[in-house]
Design a protein around this ligand. Structure first.
Ligand code: KG4
Ligand code: ZN
Length: 346
């Protein structure tokens, strides 16, 4: 089965070509630079940029995979959740392509696609899904827009255990980085500075860490950094103290994510953890999840860094699994679902 998959739910325009579990192309055009001067994603600018980039990105994916549109067996796109107009560009353009080619079309859930990225690995022949190794797992999806834990009992059988009650972890990285004066997106920059900082230099709250639920809350942490900086304004002029601050904030976020994810896995007696989303690029999160899983004798599958952030490869892999189960692909007349609940995505 040869598929074209499209992802435009936020600020990445992406197209992928997938055949039989192999990603033949995964082209991602990121808008990070465009939104940087505003300190966050501006929906109207994202929409215009998707419009501008959609065709070049889709053409590049076809070219890279040496595939012509007529050879495609099906087309898919992210249907939601996401920014309404951003979703609309990719979803409607992909539907139009499927209609013109007379091929099945499927609209998939963005978070369900994220559940698949940890199962894609690079090897000598490129990116390939590895479902022989599939195990029931607890999956952490953590990015600028979402922070959630999902219990994946089997493929297509999953339940959201909990999610953030306010800011996402990536949003907390970005907003605290802005307070410190770092450029957007702040997460990668905090990660870089934290590498040479002392994570125990300053004590920040670990929100909801003691609560026996699977929810997160990061807005309070951001506020406590704001108050801390109001009391210690000179700290920003000291390069080492600034690195210590980044390391301390990062430690609070990472400890919260790692502890709650491990606790959920233990409670559900699941032997495997997976993680994806932009914040999964964070070095401390990768390192601490790895050591916690080793100690608890849990298997860990982290999405490879390029597949942590939004991409169409994960959309293509999920779509292929869905079409193998039920080949119809019936979403040609469907509409986008900007607020789609994962529980409704079957
Ligand atoms: O998945 P993604 O591209 O899209 C969404 O925003 O949903 O994730 C982007 C987020 C941003 O908040 C960014 O700061 C964060 O992921 N991020 C990181 C790192 N790399 C990206 N956060 C911490 N450390 C990183 N190395
Ligand atoms: Zn995402």
């Amino acid at each position: 089965m040869l598929l074209l998959a499209i992802e435009t739910s936020c600020d990445e325009t992406s197209a992928a070509i997938v055949r039989d579990g192999v990603v033949l192309a995964n082209v991602v055009s990121s808008q990070i630079q465009l939104h940087a001067e505003y300190g966050g994603v501006v929906p109207e600018l994202a929409t215009r940029e998707h419009l501008r980039n959609f065709l070049p990105v889709a053409r590049a994916a076809l070219r890279e995979a040496h595939v012509t549109p007529a050879e495609l067996d099906a087309v898919a796109a992210t249907r939601g959740p996401g920014l309404p107009n951003a979703l609309m560009i990719g979803f409607k353009a992909a539907q139009a392509a499927a209609f013109a080619l007379r091929r099945p079309f499927l609209g998939v859930h963005h978070h369900e696609a994220h559940l698949y990225s940890p199962w894609v690995s690079s090897g000598p022949s490129g990116l390939r899904a590895d479902f022989a190794a599939f195990e029931p797992n607890v999956s952490l999806i953590v990015s600028g827009g979402h922070t959630m834990l999902v219990h994946v009992r089997a493929e297509f059988d999953h339940t959201v255990l909990g999610s953030t009650l306010d800011d996402a972890a990536g949003e907390c990285f970005d907003k605290t980085a802005k307070l410190i004066g770092l450029p957007y997106p702040g997460g990668p920059e905090m990660d870089r500075l934290a590498a040479r900082g002392n994570p125990r230099a300053f004590d920040f709250p670990r929100p909801l860490l003691r609560e026996e639920n699977n929810d997160f809350s990061f807005a309070g942490l951001k506020t406590s950094v704001r108050y801390f900086l109001q009391k210690n304004p000179a700290l920003l002029d000291d390069a080492q103290k600034l690195r210590d601050l980044c390391a301390s904030v990062q430690a609070a976020i990472v400890e919260t994510l790692v502890t709650k994810t491990l606790r959920a896995a233990k409670r559900l007696r699941v032997r495997c953890l997976t993680a994806s989303g932009g914040v999964t690029c964070n070095s401390a999160l990768r390192r601490d999840l790895a050591s916690a899983c080793e100690q608890a004798r849990l298997k860990l599958r982290l999405a490879e860094r390029p597949l942590c952030t939004d991409n169409a490869a994960m959309v293509g892999i999920l779509t292929e699994r869905k079409l193998l189960r039920s080949p119809a692909g019936t979403d040609l007349d469907a509409e986008i679902e900007p607020g789609w609940d994962l529980a409704q995505a079957r």
